[in-house]
Each structure stands twice: as C-alpha cells, then as structure tokens.
Ligand binder design. Structure first.
Ligand SMILES: *Cc1c(COP(=O)(O)O)cnc(C)c1O
Length: 429
C-alpha cells in the first residue's frame, strides 16, 4: 500500500505541530508507523491522501453515528452558514437543541451547551461542587473524562490514598481532591465514601466505559452506586460523551436502567462539529451562572453551525427510533463473524460489545475492569491493526478504544471486515 503522501505530510506537520497532530492518539504511537492523512469521507468509508479507501470503524472517535457526511447534516450546515456563523447572542436553534435533548433523555431537565466533552465534564463537576458545597470527587480507574487537570489522576499505592497526577503540569493540589475507585467494584467506592464522609461532591463514571476498551457496569455495581449516592448526598454524574445516543436512544442510562443526577454529552450531539453539553436535575443546573453563582461560559457555546449539525443528527434519531435495532443487528452480525474466526483460529479473545460499540481485547478470559483490560497484548494489537489497514479496514490506532458501527455500514462492508479480521489475525498470531 502506498502511503508516501501521508509520510511527507506527517514529516511536514511535525515541523509546526507538536508530534504532528492536534490530539495525541492520532499519531499512531501505540501501534507504530505513520498516521494516515485523510482527505475525504462518504458514508462508511474515508479516503487517504494517496487515494486508498478504508471502511472506517472509528467514525471520528464516535460522532459519526450516520457515517461520513450524511446529506441531512450537510444540508443543515449549508443552510446555517449562509446566515452567519456566530453572533454571541441567543438564537432559536439553541432552544430546539436543548428541547430535543430534554425530550429524548428523561433525566435531563435543563441542559447547557459547551464546545467539547472535556468542557462538559469539568463544568458538570464544578456545578456538583457548587451544589453540594463539597470538594472531593470519585472517579474510576480506566475511565476517561477529557483532559481537565483533576481527571488526569491515577490511584496511589492503596485505594484509600489520594490520587497522584498522571501528567506533568497537573498540580498535587488538583490531584488531592480526586479519589480513585475500581470499576465494577462497589466495595472500593464504599471504602472511599466512608473514609471521606460528607466531603464527596460527585461520583463521575462512564456507565459503559469506552476508553479502556468497552466494559459495561454490572447491574449490581451501577445500582449500588445510585443507592450510595442517594444515601450520602453525592451527585451521580454519568459521562455519556461517548455512549449518549450511541448505545441506545436514551444512552447508557436507558440500557442500564439507572437515572443519574447529571449527564455529560459530546461526540454524536455535535453531528461531527465540536460540541459538548451537560445537564440534569433542575435544582443542580440552576446553580449555574447567570441563575446561580457557579461560573461557566463560552464565546462560541451554542454556536449556530454546531447546533444545526447536532440538531440534524438528533432529529434524525428522534424520527427514526428503529435505527438502534438496525445497529444492533449489524453489530451482532460482525460480532458473530469475529467469534467464528476466533474459533477457527483456536483463540478465545475477550469480545465486549454493547450495541454498536465494541472491543476485541488481545487477552483471554473476561474483561470487567481496568486491570483485566491492561492484560491485553498491545504489541499484537499493533500488528493486527496494520494488517487490517492493509486490508482496507480502519480501526482505532490503539487497543483500548471502541470500534463503532454506523447506520450506513453495509452487509458488504461487514463481510469484507470479517474476512479481513480472519486473514489479519492469521497473519499475526
Ligand atoms: C471523548 C470523551 C471525552 C472528552 O471529549 P472531548 O470532546 O474529546 O473533549 C470525555 N468523556 C468521554 C467518556 C469521552 O469518550
């Protein structure tokens, strides 16, 4: 496969952009090789600058539920930009956007738009702190909530110690208020809650985690979290930046049957444009400026172009509730194909899937938490990733990411992918 133009561009990019990329995982560091520069996308595929075409399973890391450039989003954008791209004053489309989210997600009473998932989660935590008057938060090992300082923390030596920064530039002060628990381990949360009684403002979780591969909360765990938060007056925040409108119309909270106090969104709700949002109970959201004292703002928040694209995506979802059945069908078809391949190859790799979001871990046995996930053979994943690329299938360039199926992946795409999966695994095992 000729990727010479990507190689030239990558060399050029590194002269002006740190590492040549504007978000680190795009750089292929964990799989090796040169990142492909993409010039256009249509439907389930995109094309690199050397005109190689790939079936795309990252969908811009989650947003493209309907594939690349669906006509209803393109048209909404065209109509919007002709009227002007930003005013810094209220527009009617912001009401439409908020209303459709309130209509589709029962736990949302009020919602505020921001520009990324990172902004959504950091603002949600600030609101929860303002509402409770408490400072500490609990997060889970392996869950990603964007790159705000107080999320870039890992557990210290014991579960009861304070977290320590995982990134230079994060102060010990930021780390001190973040406590780390183990995913799917209620006891680890209870211990932290007991040791910090009356001090915990919020528990934030990816209820279906998608940033350590794909791992769902168990029923006992997530319902236990809800009860613990009720008992202790802790705000339960579901980070549904990835799972919102992905795993079901009502997100992970619908799938798991648990209602959070607050939810964060991003990815799909922007229709491919930079959008995030946070919302939930009226009494919490009313703490936010200008109603309440918790400050949060954004020059381009609720931007008309971004709202037009996001609203077009959500309207499509509202008008076609059947898409989730069809996504489930496609995803199950792919899963069955992959499992049959693994059987033929005598491998028992863990495959986790919830709806159109899935991950094959290069490890055998169940994957229920971060420790299980990191037992994967990431070097082998890297080889597999490159074989798949050679077969025209674009996966996430890292093991601990989700594979996304869109509504426009065809049976032909899926069959081609299953065949590529078999041949790639055979080549690397
Ligand atoms: C992607 C993601 C974020 C961060 O969103 P950005 O738009 O990249 O800032 C936060 N939480 C989860 C669960 C995500 O998947």
């Amino acid at each position: 496969m000729d990727i010479s133009k990507s190689e030239l561009l990558f060399a050029e990019a590194q002269k002006y952009i740190p590492g040549g990329v504007n978000s680190p995982v795009r750089a292929f560091k964990s799989v090796g090789g040169t990142p492909l520069f993409i010039k256009e996308g249509k439907g389930s595929k995109f094309v690199d600058v050397n005109d190689n075409s790939y079936i795309d399973y990252i969908g811009s890391w989650g947003p493209h539920l309907f594939g690349h450039n669906p006509p209803f989003i393109t048209e909404a954008l065209e109509e919007s930009f002709r009227k002007g791209v930003s005013f810094g004053a209220p527009t009617a489309i912001e009401i439409e956007m908020a209303k459709i989210m309130v209509d589709l997600i029962p736990s949302i009473e009020l919602i505020r738009m921001v520009n990324s998932g990172t902004e959504a989660t950091m603002s949600a935590v600030r609101a929860a702190r303002g509402y409770t008057g408490r400072e500490k938060i609990i997060k889970f090992e392996g869950c990603y909530h964007g790159h705000a300082d107080f999320f870039l923390i890992k557990a210290g030596s014991g579960a009861l110690t304070f977290g320590e920064p995982t990134s230079p530039g994060v102060t010990k002060g930021s780390a001190a208020d973040t406590l780390i628990a183990d995913f799917n381990d209620l006891e680890s949360v209870q211990k932290l809650a007991d040791a910090n009684k009356g001090e915990i403002a919020a528990i934030i979780i990816e209820p279906i985690a998608g940033n350590m591969g794909v791992i769902s909360s168990s029923d006992v765990f997530i319902k236990g979290l809800r009860k613990l938060c009720d008992d202790e007056g802790i705000v339960l925040i579901f980070d549904e930046v990835m799972t919102g409108f992905r795993v079901a119309r009502g997100g992970a909270q619908e799938v798991l049957g648990v209602t959070p106090d607050m939810t964060t969104f991003g990815k799909i709700i922007g229709g491919g444009l930079p959008v995030g949002a946070y919302g939930g109970k009226r009494e919490i959201m009313n703490k936010i400026s200008p109603v309440g004292p918790v400050y949060q703002a954004g020059t381009l928040s609720g931007n008309p172009l971004a709202m037009a694209a996001g609203y077009a995506a959500l309207k499509q979802i509202q008008d076609n509730p059947g898409i989730y059945d069809s996504l489930e069908e496609k995803a199950l078809y792919l899963e069955k194909g992959f499992k049959s391949n693994l059987e033929k190859l005598g491998k028992n790799f863990a495959m986790n899937r919830i709806g159109s979001m899935s991950c094959m871990f290069f490890t055998e046995g169940e994957v229920k938490n971060y420790k299980d996930a990191v037992s994967s053979d990431t070097a082998l994943y890297g080889k597999y990733f490159h074989e798949m690329l050679n077969h025209g299938v674009y996966l996430a360039p890292a093991q601990f990411e989700a594979m996304f199926i869109s509504t426009v992946h065809s049976t032909e795409d899926l069959d081609k992918t299953i065949k590529a999966h078999y041949e790639s695994l055979k080549a690397v095992l």
